[in-house]
Structure formats: structure tokens, C-alpha cells
Design a protein around this ligand. Sequence first.
Ligand code: UDX
Length: 461
Amino acid sequence: MTTHKAHCLILPYPLQGHINPMLQFSKRLQSKGVKITIAPTKSFLKTMQELPTSVSIEAISDGYDDGGIDQAESFLAYITRFKEVGSDTLTQLIQKLTNCECPVNCIGYDPFLPWAVEVAKNFGLVSAAFFTQNCTVDNIYYHVHKGVIKLPPTEVDEQILIPGLSSTTVESSDVPSFESSPQSDKLVELLVNQFSNLEKVDWVLINSFYKLEKEVIDWMAKLYPIKTIGPTIPSMYLDRRLPNDKEYGLSLFKPMANECLNWLNNQPISSVVYVSFGSMAKVEAEQLEEVAWGLKNSNKNFLWVVRSTEEPKLPKNLLEELKSTCENNKGLVVSWCPQLQVLEHNSIGCFLTHCGWNSTLEAISLGVPMVTMPQWSDQPTNAKLVQDVWQMGVRAKQDEKGIVRRDIIEECIKLVMEEEKGKVIMENVKKWKELARNAMDEGGSSDKNIEEFVSKLVKEI
Ligand code: UDX
């Protein structure tokens, strides 16, 4: 029987891109002897296709147990009720976990749920905010929180030097972007409110690594007890300290794993463009069509994830044409894939990505150059970092209608996969991959931070 040294309750916000890194971080803690209980919402738990077998799960309620946010009248109604019902059900869960063999002594919470700090304090628990975006993006939200800049930025705001981006010119297309609607305003409020209550927390954990964002991490560390603990990729892909840990767990969609891997096994080395826009982005039909033509015209092999809710947007005749391309073994269109296994595969030559932070960090860690097509939220800033700061890819530019045209997509893919500039990008990709691995290796910057977190948790008992 394992004797645990401490017990951490992990409270994720119910989104795929948030739960993945928190789960992986949890597994790291667990490998260092900490007992983990993950508390997703009941509605989120119902939609899971795969559940992790290695950690305990105890659901709380967001007040919408049958449909989650889709059941709520508005985003505001959702977050308001989540705060109320979530605080109550989290309190009940902590009471239950206080009476177990290894009582809970810490909450690791998603700062989308800042009220969790109050609940933690009521029980005298250690609190750790887990930011799922990178530090540069967090820093931008911090400046908005302080009223220094606005989103969207004004011309004056554009003059402000963002630590970490000071070596480049920052334009309005490089900062987090949201459509203009009352719902989006509330989302921005949620992102900015990540900083409310933050002065009360014991730890601020960021899914990044020191060398990747040194300047902005040093800047933020003067304000908050910041520790980088990433990349939170299953250790099997990085330092291999948990040898069988390929489990990604808590997936919302069923990956077509065999189809993808069997197909990739038959492709030449570095020949395939992998395309995915993550779990949330709703890409316009016109844009999807341009992507399809860009892929076809590039004449490269491709593996394209088109979620089932997105597929009807592709024109029928184009879909047929794409499928005939696929029958010629040129491409494969799937509804969801095991992304880490795909990125790790030696047939992948380039990742056409929306630049969600998890996808970006996964590409960095597994050494895949990127063509970026950011859609919204933090993605434009991630794309800016990829192209101009880390130089691991290129951004495919939108036209004045906000669409990236087929010729640009084709050009960018060829640049990364065929041209001299692509070779320079590949050199940087190799460098950053190595640095990402070093951070998680025993004694690396992120590993040391996780060790420090665990040893202080144990002392608190
Ligand atoms: C959201 C936001 O859009 C993103 O900008 C923010 O940084 C995090 O929250 P999402 O759009 O889903 O996330 O993108 P991303 O952060 O890249 O996360 C997607 C996750 O799903 C990744 O971990 C990726 O490995 C996984 N995935 C994606 C699969 O496992 N299979 C797929 O086919 C596609």
C-alpha cells in the first residue's frame, strides 16, 4: 500500500485545454508521493470519453449537472451559478476528504474559479493557482486587470512594452482577441479576474518553463509567488521517468488512434502536415475551405482533425474531392486523434495549428515546426511568440476579411518544409525541444519547482 505524504485536491475549469495540463501536473505530484483527487464538474465528467485510471475523481457541481454551460441561459448565468453551487459542493467535498486516511491539505485550482481560494482559506488549506496560459499572456491579462491596457488595445496601448515581447514590435493582431459581443465581454472579465484573489494564494503555477519566458517570468515573480512547472506533457514523451505513462486521460472526444497511427506508419519521414484547431475553435466555413485547398495545392500528405461539429461546414463536393485525395493515400481526415502520439511520429513534418497553448507547448516539447493560424483568445500572442521570439514557425497572415487564403497556407507549408528558412526554423525547434526536456528532467528548472512545492506541502502537515 502506498503511504502518501500530502493530499492535493485539483479543481479544473471544465474545458479540454484546461483539464489536460492539470491532470498531467497531478500525475507528476503523484509520482512524488502526493495523493491526488481531481474534482471536475458532474456535467463535464458525463461527457468524458476516457477517464484516467491513475488518480481519484470526485465530482463537484456547477449547478448545471445535465448540460454544463450549454444548459445555462448565458455565460454570466453559468459563472455566477458555478461560483455559488461550486463553493457549496467544494466545501462538502473538502469535508469528506478531511476525514479520510490522508486528509486533503492543498487545493490546486484553475484561476478561472478564483472563489476556490476563499473555500481553501476557510479550511486552512494551502492554495495554488494553476494558470493554463503562458506567462506572457498572463502578463497581458494582468495589465488589463490593473487597468493599464484594454482589450482590444487602443493605439496608445500598442506602445506599451510587454515583458517578453520587448524585442519585437507588438501590434493589435498580436494580443489576445475576442469577438465583440456581451458573451465575449464576460469571457474577458473571467480571464482578467484570474488575478482577483491572487494576492492571497500560496503558489502561482504556470504551465511553461523558465528559459522559454525568462524575461516575463522574472518580471511577474516580483509580484506573485510564480513557479513554472511545465511543459506538463506525459513524462513518457519527455524524461521517461514514468515509463508507461502515455495516458492522456479525461478526453472529451474519442481519438481515432489506430486509423491515425496505422496511416502515419506508412508515410515517409517528415512528409506529413498535421492540422488541428483544438477542441473549441469554431472555424468559419470559408476558412475551412481555404485550408482544404491550401493542403491540396501544397501537394503534401496531410492528417487533418475536423471535429464532427465542424465537418458539415466543408462543402460536400470539396469533401468528396478531399476524400479521393485520401483514397490515394495522400491524406486522412479524422474527428479526433491522439495528438501527442501524432506529434511524436517521425512522419510529421509540420503542424498547422490554431496555437492553443497546449498544442503549442506539445509541438515545442516534441520538436515539430509550426505554421500558425490563431483563431481567438491567447492564440494570437502564442503565434507571435512562435514566429518572432522563439522562431519555431511562421504565422499564416489573414486578409482584411480575417481569412487566411489558400495560397498563403500553401506558401507557409512549403516555407517550413522545403525552404532554407525552414532549416533555420528546424534548428530552433531542436534547441527548444532540448530545453523543454531539460526543464522537466531531474534537477531541471520545472522539476525543482515541483520538488519545492511537494516538500513544502509535506512540511505543512
Ligand atoms: C483552449 C484555448 O482555445 C486555447 O487557446 C487555450 O490556450 C487553452 O484552452 P483548445 O482550443 O482546446 O484550448 O486548444 P489547446 O490548448 O491546444 O488544447 C487542445 C488539447 O487537445 C491538446 O492537449 C491536444 O493534445 C488535444 N487534442 C487536440 C487531442 O488530443 N486530439 C486532437 O485531435 C486535437
